[in-house]
Design a protein around this ligand. Structure first.
Ligand code: ATP
Ligand code: MG
Length: 761
């Protein structure tokens, strides 16, 4: 099917090509946004495969999100012109480490079926420890301890390695509690996210034979978004690359935005020291954005000190300037953006019509999302929230998952605690204490403790009977996981029905109940793409973003952090107000560190846009129920005038520009208040001065668009494909992200497209 011998190389510029073809030894690609780092990294994987240097399972390739991993896999397949046998080691640090740790869990005192705790579980556990240590949780919140422990883990400090300088942390008890926490995790056969890496680093350091095995196995290592690795991740990589040193890292120091989570931009700046003789490639041509967008982004990031200072250029001249608009309040901002999106959908002012999939709203703080969600629900504008209040974080989903967890691993005490009296089984505090005490007495899990407590008649009455039933049910469901005649979807339904959990919500009269039942159905649906319950639980523990995918175009709403690495033709950046963006915390901090990280975040935001970037701010905003007024962000002042066009806000000066006209004039009171508030601020005045010089908005020049052929759907009717579980088959139907496939052995089934590969020649 390939017209040329190596189209994946022809698509690259010279510098990219050099980075791709330099297969051996350390390579660093350090370049600004949109210069094709990820593209080159993907081509490099293809090149490794085509040149026969490595098989798919010998390449270790780290991406920042699961979504990015999936995308890269698909792209490798397309560039290759054929589907590969899966790339088992292409994923996030966490996804890769969880696989490795399952193989070697016993080396850190865990069993291979360990559970991965989420933040809620972690907190519950810490609260218990805090209480057991007679510490007043009100004065010394569990969250604080959690933050501390996370931070230590990010730095790859096991309890014994926490330095003396940290001794005063958490009222001088931090280290001690960290140690207890780790011990308790081991008892529970559980670990938290930080442990996935920490344990692997510990294992590699303590067992050179294991390390060597993987150094040999992973012949080539590739890392995207290297600027955001933390110390534990960095050590892990350095250990693995220590033998052959075939490591290629790509990143951009200007896009380091996870310092607050322990990322060390120093890792990327130190690369050449860590890997002497490293081949360093710089890329300067940006293929993503128009010149105006690029200039605006560069203007902002210039305000940071201590940068490597990369200049970017683009051939994409012309296009709209970056647009700037102020609003009376957050609701109005959401309303305006909603209208704007609708007119961009139709095509407006010389801008070609855009699909909703082309548009994204990138917020600084997740609480900003509510206004957009509310507005879009009202006007019926389809949207998806990525990485926001996640589906899997909802109460009913977490309850249901706790049932599943307990069925898969009966020693999961936290899951047991969560569901033992949900739905109500007449097991009050006293009964639960009895279970706890029994478990302690016999040194067994809570579930086992419950069984003993019933057998010994320690819990009587209605509660006792119900508990007995729960225990019996759990044992039975556990056996059913091995039953070939029951699919795991059916089992999930059985669990939710027989436990009484579904009935609980059916009987619930609150307005949320119907939605919760819907979500439970969604959950069972989501199981479909997985081999079994355990695979699914693992997946959920690992996903960072909302992945309930329905068909149809949608506007994306996400945080700036979640937008890293992505690109959209149309981007809205709302909430550019001091105190929100940059965040209050970064402004209060002494020193510039926090503020500079916020500025990098602004840079990341602007550089996501390909054609149209709109920055907005509101004079008033309701944050957690309280009205606050604000000044336009200081970053607005840093936007270079020549590349910005100031739009007149609706309701002010009688509208007059685009969607502004749709609202006519605002009420007099509003206008006056708005003028007194926002529009008299120094930032706004400067903007007004600028806008008086603004040229009449010109129709956009038509620009040759980079059409992403890779993003066009991979499948067609009749195509022969391969599914990991069901083998080969032909596509007989395509419906959203599901495919109907007539499998040669397994019969006709509907499966999630993500698990289907084009036929492997
Ligand atoms: P970020 O820093 O935001 O992660 P990046 O450096 O990883 O950006 P990519 O996402 O790889 O950049 O590329 C940006 C866009 O430019 C993509 O749409 C990609 O397909 C396109 N692109 C990259 N290199 C080329 C090239 N040589 N020719 C044409 N288009 C290219
Ligand atoms: Mg990238």
């Amino acid at each position: 099917m390939a017209a040329r011998p190596a189209p994946y190389l022809d698509d690259l510029n010279e510098a990219q090509r050099a980075a791709v073809e330099q297969l051996d030894g350390p390579v660093l690609m350090l370049a600004g946004a949109g210069t094709g780092k990820t593209k080159a990294l993907t081509a490099r994987i293809v090149h490794l495969l085509v040149s026969g240097r490595a098989r798919p399972n010998e390449i270790l390739s780290v991406t920042f999100t699961n979504k990015a991993a999936r995308e890269m896999k698909t792209r490798v397949g397309r560039m290759l012109g054929q589907q590969i046998e899966g790339m088992p080691w292409l994923g996030t640090f966490h996804a890769i480490c969880v696989k490795l740790l399952r193989r070697h869990a016993e080396l850190v005192g865990l069993k291979s079926n360990f559970t991965i705790l989420d933040t809620d579980d972690q907190l519950r556990l810490l609260k218990q420890l805090i209480a057991a240590n007679n510490i007043d949780e009100k004065r010394w919140p569990a969250r604080q301890l959690l933050g501390l422990i996370d931070q230590w883990k990010n730095r790859a400090w096991v309890p014994s390695k926490v330095p003396a300088s940290e001794a005063s942390a958490y009222n001088h008890r931090g280290t001690e509690l960290y140690e207890q926490y780790q011990a308790r995790l081991r008892e529970l056969n559980a670990c938290d996210f930080g442990d996935l890496l920490l344990h692997m680093v510990t294992i590699f350091q303590a067992h050179p034979d294991v390390l060597e095995q993987y150094q040999r196995w992973f012949r080539y290592i590739l890392v995207d978004e290297y600027q955001d690795t933390n110390v534990a991740q960095y050590l892990w990589l350095r250990l693995l690359a220590g033998g052959h040193k075939n490591i290629c890292c790509v990143g951009d120091d200007d896009q380091s935005i996870y310092g607050w989570r322990g990322a060390e931009v120093g890792n990327i700046l130190r690369f050449e020291k860590d890997f002497p003789g490293a081949h360093v490639v710089r890329l300067e041509q940006n293929y993503r954005s128009t010149a105006h967008i690029l200039a605006a982004a560069s203007g902002v990031i210039r305000g940071n000190e201590g940068r490597l200072g990369k200049e970017l250029w683009t051939e994409a001249e012309g296009g709209e300037k970056v647009r700037l608009i102020g609003h009376w309040d957050g609701e109005e901002e959401a309303r305006w953006i909603g209208e704007e999106i609708e007119s961009l959908q139709k095509g407006t002012r010389g801008i070609d019509p855009h699909s909703l999939d082309d548009m994204a709203i990138l917020v600084r703080a997740s609480h900003q999302m509510r206004a957009f969600e509310d507005r879009f629900l009202t006007i019926g504008l389809p949207y998806r929230v990525i990485g926001g209040p996640r589906f899997y974080e909802r109460l009913e989903i977490r309850d249901a998952m706790a049932y599943f967890r307990l069925v898969v691993s009966p020693e999961d005490d936290l899951a047991f605690e969560r569901i033992v009296n949900t739905p109500k089984r007449g097991l009050g505090d006293k009964a639960q204490q009895t279970i706890q005490a029994t478990a302690r007495e016999f040194g067994v899990t809570l579930l086992e403790g419950a069984r003993i407590a019933i057998d010994e008649d320690r819990i009587r009455g209605k509660g006792g009977g119900q508990l007995r039933m729960l225990c019996e049910n759990l044992a039975r469901w556990g056996r059913m996981t091995g039953d070939k005649d029951v699919t795991h979807m059916e089992l999930a339904e059985i669990i939710l029905d027989e436990s009484g959990y579904t009935t609980m919500w059916q009987n619930d009269k609150t307005p949320e109940a119907p939605g919760r039942l819907e979500n439970l159905k969604e959950l069972v649906k989501a199981l479909e793409g997985f081999e079994n319950l355990q695979g699914f639980l693992e997946h959920v523990a690992l996903i960072m973003d909302n992945e309930t995918e329905e068909s149809g175009a949608k506007v994306s709403i996400m945080t700036l952090h979640a937008a890293k690495g992505l690109e959209f033709p149309v981007v809205f950046l709302p909430g550019w107000e001091d105190g929100l963006f940059p965040s209050q915390r970064s402004m209060d901090e002494s020193g510039l560190k926090g503020l500079e990280e916020e500025r990098r975040l602004a840079y990341v935001g602007i550089t996501r846009a390909e054609e149209l970037c709109t920055i907005s701010f509101a004079g008033n905003r309701r944050v957690f129920g309280q009205w606050q007024s604000a000044l336009p962000s200081r970053f607005i002042d840093e936007l270079p005038e020549a590349h910005v066009e100031v739009l007149t806000p609706p309701g002010l000066y009688g509208g007059g520009y685009g969607a502004a006209a749709a609202y006519g004039g605002g009420s007099g009171i509003e206008t006056r208040a708005a003028e007194a508030n926002v529009y008299n601020s120094p930032g706004w005045k400067r903007l007004q001065q600028r806008s008086s010089q603004r040229p009449v908005s010109q129709p956009r020049e038509s620009r040759t668009q980079v059409i992403d052929l890779e993003a066009v759907s991979a499948f067609e009717m009749g195509q022969r494909v391969f599914h990991q579980k069901f083998g080969y088959g032909a596509i007989t139907g395509i419906e959203g992200d599901k495919l109907e496939i007539a499998f040669e052995k397994a019969g006709t089934k509907k499966v999630v497209a993500r698990f289907v590969h084009a036929e492997d020649d």
